[in-house]
Structure formats: C-alpha cells, structure tokens
Write a protein that binds this ligand. Structure first.
Ligand code: SF4
Length: 199
C-alpha cells in the first residue's frame, strides 16, 4: 500500500506528517478506527521524512495554501514541520497549521517564535467553551491541556498574523456562541466547523 503523505481537497494541499497526538477526541476518525478523509486513507505505517514530504508536495506555488493537517498533531514533529514549512515559503507557497494548540505544553517551552518565522496562518482546535466539555470530548493525556491551549491561543497573535480558533458544531454540550466569545476574548478569529469535514 502506498502511504498518503499529501492529499488535495478543494484545491488546497494537506500534509499528514504524523499519527501521534496527546488527545483521544471522540469525534476523530482515528479514534473511531477509520482514519479516512474524503476517500484518502491516512493510515500511517511509518512517519514520513522531510525529503519524502517535500517530494510529495511538488510545486508549492501551485496551491493557494498548504496545510499541515492529518490524523495526528503536526507540531509533535516540530523540527520536521519547520523544515518543510521553510521549504514551502521559500518556493512561494503559503503555510497553514491546523493544531490542537498544545505544542508549548508538549515541548515545555514557547515554540511560537519558531512557528511565527515559517507559518502564515494557524487554526487551533479550541473544541469547547470550558474544561469540562473539552475533557469530555478530547480526553487529554496531559494535565492542564485546556488551559495551555487557551494560553497558546492568546499568545499566538504576537507571532502569527492569522490566528483562528475552531469548534465543532453539533457536539454534545459544545456551545458555539460561547466558543466564539471566548475566541474574541483571546484576541483571535473564530470558525465553526462541521463534524466530518476537514479544513
Ligand atoms: S487531536 Fe486531532 S488527531 Fe488527535 S484525536 Fe483529536 S482530532 Fe484526532
């Protein structure tokens, strides 16, 4: 089987660089045992190297945006992400990272200055308006995940100009209006996402 590293949806290119993350979201196809999106099987036998990821991209300028997003948290492979993002920008491409916002907690330092140098936009999965609902749906392995994610959101605009918090509409207990207000308090944009849609 050929492993999917990059996959195209509605003209944009998505990169799947890891299958690891510290959450076990109950809405995630990976958690549900079907790591598939829009017909692409994102099952990962082996994490791709920088060279393999770059080869799978082809010409970055062919896409309006290249997005790090898969069934895994891309910032877990920070060094790889940065190398690939630098390549994309050097070839005239635009970089977005879809993240759980836990990079500072995982790496035990503020990684936003590094991301700010090679990322044009970042979308952070806020997922819930409070810790109780977040923990219910995301089952974080690391203590203080919700607070750390909110702190990441508040700090991100100091380093990246385009920051968006997202939450999924239709999840039990998730109050989209309250999530939107919380995003505004953090000084970032908000986007309501639809269950089952990547982007
Ligand atoms: S953080 Fe992303 S990859 Fe990990 S379980 Fe949640 S939705 Fe899935």
């Amino acid at each position: 089987m050929t492993q999917t590293i990059s996959y195209s949806i509605e003209g944009c290119l998505y990169l799947s660089i890891t299958n690891r993350c510290t959450l076990v979201c109950d809405f995630c196809p990976k958690t549900l045992g079907h790591p598939e999106v829009k017909g692409y099987d994102l099952t990962m036998e082996q994490r791709p190297s920088v060279a393999e990821i770059i080869e799978s991209i082809g010409s970055p300028a062919d896409y309006p945006e290249i997005i790090f997003c898969g069934f895994g948290e891309p910032t877990i492979r920070l060094k790889v992400l940065i190398e690939v993002a630098e390549f994309i920008q050097s070839k005239g491409g635009r970089v977005r990272v879809n993240t759980d916002g836990l990079a500072n907690l995982v790496h035990k330092r503020n990684v936003l200055p590094e991301l700010g140098r090679c990322v044009d936009a970042i979308s952070v999965s806020m997922n819930a308006q409070n810790k109780r609902i977040y923990d219910q749906h995301c089952q974080p392995a690391l203590p203080n995940s919700y607070a750390s994610m909110l702190d990441f959101l508040k700090q991100a605009p100091h380093y990246i100009s385009d920051v968006t918090a997202t939450a999924l509409d239709g999840l039990d207990g998730v109050d989209i209006k309250a999530c939107e207000q919380l995003a505004a308090q953090c000084g970032v944009k908000f986007r309501k996402r639809t269950l089952g849609r990547v982007g």
